[in-house]
Design a protein around this ligand. Sequence first.
Ligand SMILES: Cc1ncc(C[n+]2csc(CCOP(=O)(O)OP(=O)(O)O)c2C)c(N)n1
Length: 656
Amino acid sequence: MSQAQTAPQETQAPSGSPSLDYKQMANAIRALSVDAIKKANSGHTGMPMGMADIATVLYSKFLQFDPKNPRWFNRDRLIISNGHGSMLPYSLSYLTGNEKITLDEIKNFRQLGSHTPGHPEVDFDAAIETTTGPLGQGISNSVGFALAERILNAEHGENVDHYTYVFVGDGCLMEGVSHESSSLAGHLGLSKLIAFYDDNKVTIDGTTDLAFSEDVKKRYEAYGWHIQSIDGHDVKAIEDAIIIAQNETEKPSLICCETKIGYGAPTLEGQPKAHGAITGDDEIAGIRENLDWPHAPFEIPANILAMWRSLGTQSPSDEQSFEVDLSSLDEEIAKLKETIVEEKPSKATRQMSGACLEKIIPALPLHTMVGGSADLTGSNNTKVTSSKFISDDNYHGNYINYGVREHGMAAIMNGMALHGGIIPYAGTFMQFADYSRPAIRLAALMEQRVIHVLTHDSIGLGEDGPTHQPVEHLSALRAIPNLYVYRPCDGIETVECWELALKSTTAPSVLALTRQGVPTVREADPVNKSSLGAYILEECEGDEPEVTIFASGSEVQLALEAAEKLGGGVRVVSVPCMDLFWEQDGEYIQSLICNNSIKVGVEAGIRQSWDRLIGGHGIFIGMDSFGASAPAEELFEHFGITANAIVEAVQKRQSK
Ligand SMILES: Cc1ncc(C[n+]2csc(CCOP(=O)(O)OP(=O)(O)O)c2C)c(N)n1
């Protein structure tokens, strides 16, 4: 570390504010990070020490934020994609006077119940914009933030007009999801997205040349980004680069910042070993000496703290609300249900979903629902007549061509939901949810209203074959906590499930929809029965059922057929959403599952999530292998998912 790098670089701040010593301000981040990680005896010291100068310049000279109002809608967003460096944002929140991240929180880093968990977990009050840690997600979220900002700006002008900044490391840029989302960001010309690449040439296993030899700058240039390269410890260079990124390009910006991981550490600076927790007493003493930081652990000198506390702006007290407005939803839902009951269509639930969107979307303000598809628009039925495409020269729209980028799409949707003011929804085939699963999981963890329209939900898609036929997916998706998996059986349930997904403000939803036609089985009913998760669709004769057939989606019609063939003692329960069913009160749950009837579960997927409903002794009619390529009806016969198969299995059990 050269002397020049430790020398204070001061500038004159506006009158009344202290003049800023950027180097010592950055060293405050480094010291807090070292002290918190030493105390927790775990964490990642290298990144906050390497990126501290960039963060200091960004906060001091550019970032639009109000420390007293971290939820200010028009604030700039800063996303920390290399989330292992979580002590960087926590230090920034504390230093700038965020009320939630106190010094005690810094001292409680990584402890149970603290607001300073190991990796950043979305917490708007703490100025943490998104949950990161799985590398590549944050930069992809940032594309969603930047896109949401442009879309809302097209409608609201200067009231929504801010930058999205993102810190990324080598790991993020290696991950495939970042390739997908960065490519789309370039295509859409998201010029208010500015990424700082922590180009320290170090990951965990060693130096990046072990596995990463492409020219990242050329790659991003090819995506349509504006590229700069700077010394990430040079205050002036950082400032100049941000000014250029803001003013001299119409493209998203990648500022490649050459940094030293663990900057200031006597033996570990620049070494892969600096990536993790630096805890050695000698090394830490050496850091204090090198950084000219003689202060005790967790002590920030008053003059340095005053510099940090002078930053930020006061947000306007009369900011308008950008909450989504669903006030006209109920009326549209009621009308849709009436029409379906009258017309009794035998259409695929994906078509009924399309018909539902056709009415709902134009009834809501233009940007309430921003849809899209990973190149399967016509199959997913996600676009409606009133949908307007978003492009690099027109953000005044509500439909995105995501291209064949399922994972990027899901992570971008998370960013849009986190930004606020928009409900993102988009489609692909259910089988390809495997590609987007990491982002779906994060939406659930972050409690974000993101809606995945997953069509072609079983062997019922037919001839495309086992590569495209989901088998384990329904159970696998149900396994994600706080994700609501809806599998409606007809048009009415489809509308009800859309209503529930749209009103679900603290969870993402999956709508599992058929490719093949299904009959309308529900009668006129103003009540949203799907909200119970499972409900009696057809009651048995007598007080107690002899047989209860639980079924979801396209298999509900088979359950009804089987019940008719079996005669009076059969109750049919439709199960549009298991997750919701298990949230009902105990009495209701017991009323459906605690009786002596023979229990049958029917779903063209694996048994895994059904045992809790039907018990270990229940009969399951479904899949236990991959599917096959053939017309759908033949496949249902071939795999034994038919009304007759249900009847036979029940009769066999009854005869025992
Ligand atoms: C998807 C994913 N894979 C693996 C990891 C584990 N991991 C955390 S940091 C890291 C290396 C990241 O290197 P870089 O981005 O260069 O960070 P730096 O070493 O500069 O801090 C890895 C492999 C992870 N967090 N996420």
